[in-house]
Write a protein of this length. Structure first.
Length: 355
């Protein structure tokens, strides 16, 4: 079943009116279109795609199963949207209230006075969260590129190089695999590794540093997101204590993941393990997030999560400990929920390595 068909089934089940997708990520997921502007007008028995003349050729190549319409200046997108909806008998349409701005909505209402715009939250998210076999395969391949990247980086990590030089090497390797970066990679060392989303600097790696690398590749629109932490020089007992406890918490979290388990319970288990060594207070973010066509693909495994795990969901599992002035450790896998547990997509070693 295609993503369009899955979405139409949800529309039918929930009794939504025709829906209008304008968020680029949702449009891309539903249509396969990779351009920067497009509308998808979708009902139980209709699928219309609208873009402008810049993408006329691209839309015909990429968008399948839709009636494709394009326009050019001086026609505006809002007016053309209204024209197409009128031609197709649309009088009421649900829009993505989470992402549509007030000004955009006002522009639509002014240009399309005969259509009622109804705010709808969660139109695509619940469907997008369950990955098809084809989507899972793309995520596996994105993870294979990430695994290869980590293997390559193990050849170049050493004391005396800078964070920024390692960042460039990492990015170049991913691009040499003909893959875009899934997101701006993170390469931070020593005290900088206590910043979960730190930026690489000209800091030179020295013995005693933790080095954390958080990166991913994009394979046909689907993202990987893995993190590995290593030690520069010989690991001390303190290095080992922190690292091994983070790893223990991650393994325990992964072990309890299966259909029917609540996301907040998985997160709580992780914190329980960290607290055995008094480290939970250094873990300030959620345990994980959804992964797919977006790096943050909806949902979170966190203390307030209402998520219940279902087969086909793909999650990151990434506990971390960040001690200001000392450094930090994060270990991250990408996993898909199966009928009995999870499958881990990335296979790079999580052994504490010394360089």
């Amino acid at each position: 079943m295609s993503n369009l068909q899955r979405l139409q089934a949800r529309i039918a089940k929930e009794g939504f009116p025709t829906v209008l997708l304008s968020d680029p990520t949702n449009v891309g997921w539903a249509t396969g279109f990779t351009g920067s502007f497009g509308y998808a007008v979708i009902g139980v028995d209709k699928a219309i795609f609208i873009t402008d003349s810049r993408y006329a050729i691209q839309a015909r190549e990429q968008v399948k199963g839709y009636d494709v319409h394009t326009f050019a200046a001086p026609m505006t997108g809002a007016k053309f949207l209204g024209q197409v909806m009128a031609e197709n008998g649309v009088t009421e349409v649900g829009f993505e209230s989470e992402t549509v701005t007030v000004s955009t909505l006002q522009g639509w209402e002014a240009a399309v006075p005969n259509v009622k715009f109804r705010p709808l939250a969660g139109i695509v998210g619940p469907v997008r969260q369950i990955k098809t076999a084809e989507e899972q395969d793309k995520l596996r391949k994105a993870c294979k590129i990430a695994d290869a990247t980590y293997e390559h980086m193990r050849k170049v990590i050493r004391a005396g190089v800078t964070e920024y030089d390692l960042l460039l090497e990492l990015e170049f390797f991913i691009r040499r695999q003909h893959a875009p970066l899934a997101f701006d990679a993170i390469v931070v060392s020593g005290p900088n590794s206590a910043r979960p989303h730190g930026k690489s600097t000209d800091r030179v790696l020295v013995d005693g540093d933790f080095l954390t690398m958080d990166f991913g590749a994009d394979y046909q629109g689907y993202k990987s997101d893995i993190t590995r932490t290593v030690v520069i020089g010989k690991a001390t007992d303190r290095h080992k204590e922190i690292y091994n406890q983070v790893l223990k918490s991650q393994l325990a979290s992964i072990e309890m993941m299966k259909p029917g388990v609540k996301g907040r319970d998985v997160d709580a288990r992780c914190r329980e393990i960290l607290d055995e060594k008094g480290l939970a207070k250094y873990f300030g973010h959620s345990l994980g997030h959804g992964l797919g066509i977006a790096v943050h693909d909806g949902g979170a495994l966190g203390p307030s999560s209402e998520i219940v795990l279902e087969e086909g969901q793909v999650w990151t599992v990434e506990p971390g400990v960040y001690i200001e002035g000392y450094g930090g450790v994060r270990i991250e896998n990408d996993v898909v929920v199966t009928s009995t547990g999870v499958e881990i997509f990335d296979t790079s070693t999580k052994e504490l390595l010394e360089f």
